[in-house]
Design a protein around this ligand. Structure first.
Ligand code: NAD
Length: 359
């Protein structure tokens, strides 16, 4: 069986789906073909892939293609019937992309659709990449903030620590809290899921009670708030956020536009020099002023709308993603042959096209 690793073509995408370290761990009977230069932007040379046992060549004719971003229309045209594909396919928000793959007869597995059950944790690419985003968002906030994060006592006077607020304390939010704490900031956080309070407090942050409590779905995600709850949350946050120097927002509802937590009015009420890093920018943003893919300064407040933070740390983001991808491949292959077990909830849950044909 052959696994193909293409060079990513989406603008700004610097990750690669499989790193040399993982090539040798795929198991007996699996050959890996890597497109020339596929790992270069993530600091993995063709030579390193060769040393790991891969060959450099055309990845598109392989039995299984592993990618980071969903294939473009031109890339889909290079796929053929019966191939397996693993990538971030955005199945909830890009039905036409999934439709193209179905029309091409490809068995496509979306990394986002891997069920978040305990057995699937090694394949949980949403979590591995959210960890990168949460960490990097705080570094960017610290970089843009014209103040120190830690408290400093110097001969020239005492500097108080920065106050950081993290909105949405899922995987990215918890990593943001931990990172901001390590940098010495005083951290508060809020999430609508009631179970999160304890996790926030165990990281040494304060849970900011905004008087709104949401529900958790069976999958562990938040349910969308009612319009009344959303309005109450926005009003309470508007009153509370001017005391913070940096705000990292991560609130998301799978398949839905990001909830607005910070209205334009609330953002404008922040002190000049404050920073908002909006990790929900890709799905519209948690701040009304966020411009996806851009960084703006309005009324002295910096609002960062970077949409692909993991691509800004491509080496480790790719390394973690590669382990997720390899674990998923391990589930699809027995003795060097594709053997899909549709009774396995991970296989069935992750497949977004044509599953009948391979039964
Ligand atoms: P996510 O990226 O979908 O959302 C981020 C956070 O935003 C969530 O914590 C959500 O509760 C919060 N949120 C949504 N609306 C909000 C609002 N209006 N105000 C404030 N916060 C809001 O979520 P995620 O980080 O991918 O994961 C969420 C959950 O899934 C967590 O409970 C996590 O522990 C769980 N999970 C389980 C597993 C597993 O068991 N294998 C793996 C990963 C994650």
């Amino acid at each position: 069986m052959r696994v193909g690793i293409p060079h990513e073509t989406a603008p700004g995408e610097r990750r690669v789906a499989l790193v040399p370290e993982t090539v040798g761990r795929l198991g007996e009977g699996i050959e890996v073909v890597v497109e020339a230069g596929a790992g270069a932007a993530a600091s993995f040379s063709d030579e390193a892939y060769r040393e790991a046992g891969a060959s450099i060549g055309d990845p598109w004719s392989a039995d299984l293609i592993a990618k980071v971003a969903a294939p473009s229309a031109e890339e889909v045209a290079r796929l053929h019937e019966g191939q397996l594909l693993i990538a971030f396919l955005q199945p909830l928000t890009d039905p036409s992309g999934v439709g193209r793959l179905a029309a091409a007869g490809v068995h496509a597995f979306a990394l986002e659709s891997v069920p978040r059950i305990t057995r699937a944790q090694p394949m949980d690419a949403l979590s591995s990449q959210a960890t990168v985003s949460g960490y990097k968002a705080v570094l960017v906030a610290a970089d843009r903030l014209p103040r120190f994060f830690p408290m400093l006592m110097t001969a020239a006077g005492t500097i108080p620590p920065a106050k950081v607020l993290v909105l949405g304390a899922g995987v990215a939010g918890l990593q943001a809290i931990a990172t901001a704490r390590r940098l010495g900031a005083v951290v508060s956080a809020f999430d609508v899921r009631p179970a999160v309070r304890e996790q926030v407090e165990s990281l040494g942050a304060t849970f900011l009670d905004v008087g709104v409590q949401g529900e958790e779905t069976e999958g562990g995600y938040a349910r969308e708030l009612t319009p009344e709850q959303q309005a109450a949350q926005q009003a309470e946050l508007q009153a509370r956020i001017p005391q913070f120097d940096a705000i990292v927002t991560t609130a998301a509802i799978p398949g839905r536009p990001a909830p607005t937590l910070i209205t334009a009015e609330a953002a404008r009420a922040l002190r000049p020099g404050s920073v908002i890093v909006d990790l929900a920018a890709e799905t519209g943003g948690n701040c009304e002023l966020t411009r996806p893919g851009e960084e703006i300064v309005e009324g002295g407040v910096t609002i960062v709308g970077t949409t692909n933070f993991p691509a800004t740390m491509p080496t480790h983001a790719s390394q973690l993603l590669s382990r997720n991808v390899a674990s998923l491949i391990g589930l699809f292959v027995t003795d060097g042959q594709v053997a899909l077990d549709w009774d396995d909830e991970i296989v069935a849950g992750a497949c977004v096209t044509r599953r009948e044909a391979l039964v």
